[in-house]
Write a protein that binds this ligand. Structure first.
Ligand SMILES: *[C@@H]1O[C@H](CO)[C@@H](O)[C@H](O)[C@H]1NC(C)=O
Ligand SMILES: *[C@@H]1O[C@H](CO)[C@@H](O)[C@H](O)[C@H]1NC(C)=O
Ligand SMILES: *[C@@H]1O[C@H](CO)[C@@H](O)[C@H](O)[C@H]1NC(C)=O
Length: 237
């Protein structure tokens, strides 16, 4: 009897471990869809396992019987974003509960003339960028294994560029007018790490002596950059 209980306990722990791996990376869905809901009561299809407090990418599934077309729908990506900020860009992600566990997401990106999304990394997704309007200079840099090679292109409406997961990338409007692009990613939560914010805008800050040596910068310039970079300024989502 005791052995049986221990075996049962071991199974629970295994299931819990497996679940935590699943929530680290977009899984292959085990059902048609898992529309995200904030409710954790009996409406959840995971109710049976609720004693394990298992989350599917952090969200419970809505009861499939209550799912409607609107759970897979968003509008408003025709509306220009407000690009009046230091870097001159705005990202408007489509907010669709049905994205949950599907491993995709999409956003409209607006750029003011001269605007840019500064060098950044999506730690959990590759990205496809489609230009709708304007003229964008985009690029990414390979890792040290491939000699930090820059792959870059000027994009016009109808052009598409792909950015591999986890590499430093940038997009800049080099035209005289506003630019619009659609960015699609292979994760429902691609993540966003601005290189400048992470290095010079961290809280608490990295010791200026470390950054001074690392980037071959005068320590006063490091202190100045600390005042320029702020996660609040740059990151829209
Ligand atoms: C769930 O909660 C989050 C944050 O608490 C909120 O942003 C979101 O709109 C909620 N979603 C639904 C479907 O209620
Ligand atoms: C755009 O954002 C700026 C800065 O936050 C704000 O002052 C301005 O009123 C906004 N414009 C519109 C049209 O919402
Ligand atoms: C990187 O540089 C090394 C040394 O010059 C070279 O042997 C290697 O072929 C390069 N690799 C790529 C992918 O360019």
């Amino acid at each position: 009897m005791k052995d049986l209980f221990q075996c049962f306990l071991a199974k629970i722990i295994l299931v819990a471990l497996a679940s935590s791996f699943v929530s680290c990376y977009d899984p292959s869905p085990l059902q048609d869809y898992c529309v995200a809901t904030n409710e954790t009561n009996s409406n959840s299809s995971l109710h049976f396992f609720s004693f394990l407090v298992v989350f599917v990418n952090g969200r419970f599934c809505k009861d499939p019987k209550l799912v409607t077309s609107n759970d897979f729908f968003a509008s408003g990506l025709n509306i220009p974003g407000n690009t009046s900020n230091r870097l001159g860009f705005f990202v408007n992600p489509a907010n669709i509960p049905g994205f949950n566990t599907l491993g995709v997401a999409i956003a409209r990106i607006d750029f003011a003339p001269g605007g840019q999304i500064p060098p950044h990394i999506h730690p959990r997704a590759s990205e496809i960028l489609l230009v709708i309007k304007g003229k964008l200079l985009v690029g990414f840099v390979s890792s040290n294994e491939y000699n930090y090679t820059l792959f870059s292109k000027i994009l016009y409406p109808g052009d598409v560029f792909v950015f591999p997961i986890g590499l430093v990338q940038f997009h800049a409007n080099i035209g005289k007018k506003n630019a619009i692009a659609i960015g699609a990613v292979g994760s429902q939560n691609p993540g966003f790490i601005s290189v400048g914010d992470a290095v010079f805008g961290s809280r608490p800050s990295i010791d200026p002596k470390i950054l001074s040596k690392a980037f071959a910068l005068d320590i006063n310039i490091v202190r100045y950059l600390r005042t320029v970079f702020s996660p609040q300024d740059d990151i829209v989502e």
